[in-house]
Design a protein around this ligand. Structure first.
Ligand code: NAG
Ligand code: NAG
Ligand code: NAG
Ligand code: NAG
Ligand code: NAG
Ligand code: NAG
Ligand code: NAG
Ligand code: NAG
Ligand code: NAG
Length: 379
């Protein structure tokens, strides 16, 4: 019963039902930006505002000069929380609406200490994620699909004794309005752990306006893979981006490229280590669309295995349509450890190597604990 409930809850985030073409559902907050200031980010055209109206604790800081030119403008300022263990943003939202929330962090040696902090980010009283940094100049972001159960959402930075918490930006985008049918899933959230653009031609992360919900899609490739692109001028596999027949599709710019093995008889192999996956529920979502015009005597057909067990197939990706396959870790036949190895293998009838266009990984979060009733600020 519980697993079915979770399954449906997770899937409701895989299939949003609101199409949105502009920034009307966007709240874009540049943390630490001087009070009352705002600007339009040049690459995306998104308007960012100061965080001053959402919080009254913490101090505004800026990253070191060498990090300013190399990152988006919203990484220049940040808000740091030297006092208190728990400092919260309180952001007004529309109740019964699911949001994509993205929190972004760039340490950038803002405090001159050159010491990478480690801290937690919570939604209300629920742990969302632990922030760890590999490099002062490498930004980190966390994405979460989260249904608003109140008319505000609290995002809290929590000091765990391993450095001063800070935050660079908070972005919220309306993803779907919950209706009568989805109301029962209101307590479930899902962290979007990865959004991978396979076969990307320019190595750059894509987001709004390619993705109308402003999800981030990171280029991903491994040795031994080749990139495929649709022929110039060919229409995209899904003309409608966002959703089609109630299913969320990766944006056309992500779907028009694909990864394929260099050697036609090889498989495409993915290996993921997911922490604590026996206790938690992850979802994998695979996207396929043909990128080449096949001759009459050509066939592209493949099966997918997970940890060497057959999962799906044969899949024959269509040129004008996206095929989506998803699976929850709790439904996988073999869950002996936290390792997941997916192989996309050509079938015996295939004359062409397998392809994959995009891949997402979600972690289902049970945030049914209430948020704090206390006011914003240090608790
Ligand atoms: C921000 O705007 C408000 C309302 O217009 C004003 O009261 C406040 O003084 C302004 N703050 C700064 C720092 O300019
Ligand atoms: C932190 O606390 C100290 C001592 O109470 C105070 O002087 C300082 O202004 C506080 N800093 C912030 C950012 O709140
Ligand atoms: C959020 O909503 C509350 C209650 O409606 C209101 O008092 C407050 O000013 C709002 N905050 C912002 C930042 O809009
Ligand atoms: C993308 O990155 C790969 C690996 O780092 C490199 O081989 C390739 O030339 C890059 N492509 C572009 C268009 O920058
Ligand atoms: C891939 O296709 C797009 C759209 O037709 C085109 O603009 C781009 O130049 C192509 N890239 C490469 C590396 O072929
Ligand atoms: C990278 O390519 C995609 C299409 O494949 C395009 O939407 C995006 O704007 C490109 N990014 C840059 C920085 O050129
Ligand atoms: C398909 O047909 C073409 C000629 O029409 C030929 O060159 C090619 O080798 C054939 N491919 C396969 C996989 O049979
Ligand atoms: C894809 O759709 C376009 C436009 O509808 C059509 O012209 C083309 O023949 C289709 N291609 C294939 C391979 O089905
Ligand atoms: C692919 O899956 C089909 C359907 O289960 C099966 O008949 C076929 O043998 C599989 N092919 C390979 C190469 O695993």
């Amino acid at each position: 019963m519980k697993s079915l409930f979770l399954l449906l809850g997770a899937l409701s985030f895989l299939a949003p039902v609101l199409c949105q073409q502009d920034q009307s559902g966007f709240i874009s907050i540049d943390c630490g930006l001087p009070e009352n200031s705002s600007y339009t980010e040049k690459n995306t055209g998104i308007n960012y505002i100061s965080d001053a109206i959402f919080i009254d604790s913490g101090v505004s800081k800026t990253v070191s000069p060498q990090n300013i030119a190399t990152h988006e403008q919203y990484f220049t300022y940040l808000r740091s929380f030297p006092n208190g263990t728990r400092n919260c943003y309180r952001i007004n939202v529309t109740i019964s609406t699911a949001y994509l929330i993205r929190a972004s962090f760039l340490y950038g040696n803002y405090d001159g200490l050159n010491k990478l902090p480690e801290f937690e980010v919570h939604v209300g009283t629920n742990l969302w994620d632990t922030l760890k940094f590999s490099d002062a100049s490498v930004s980190v972001y966390k994405e979460l699909f989260h249904p608003a159960t109140r008319d505000y959402i609290e995002i809290c930075l929590v000091n765990i004794g391993t450095g001063t918490p800070f935050i660079s930006a908070i972005e919220m985008r309306i993803f779907t309005k919950n209706n009568a049918e989805t109301k029962s899933y209101l307590t479930l959230s899902a962290a979007r752990c990865r959004g991978l653009d396979l076969g990307s031609m320019n190595n750059s992360t894509s987001r709004y306006r390619d993705d109308i919900y402003d999800c981030l899609w990171e280029p991903y490739s491994v040795n031994g893979w080749r990139r495929l692109n649709r022929t110039h001028g060919e229409p995209n596999p899904t003309q409608k981006t966002g959703y089609l027949d109630g299913i969320y599709y990766a944006p056309a710019s992500v779907m028009r490229t694909a990864a394929t093995p260099r050697i036609a008889t090889d498989s495409l192999d993915f290996y993921f280590h997911l922490d604590n996956s026996v206790a938690q529920i992850y979802a994998f979502k695979f996207y396929f669309a043909e990128v080449q015009k096949l001759a009459a005597n050509e066939t592209r057909s493949f099966n997918i295995t997970v940890n060497d067990n057959y999962w799906k197939g044969p899949i024959l990706p269509s040129y004008n349509q996206t095929t989506i396959c998803y699976i929850l870790t709790l439904d996988l036949p073999l869950r002996v450890n936290d390792d997941y190895r997916f192989s996309i293998l050509p079938t015996e009838f295939s004359t062409l190597p397998p392809i994959i266009n995009a891949l997402e990984i979600f972690l289902v979060k049970d945030f049914s604990q209430p948020q704090t009733d206390k006011d914003q600020g240090t608790l």
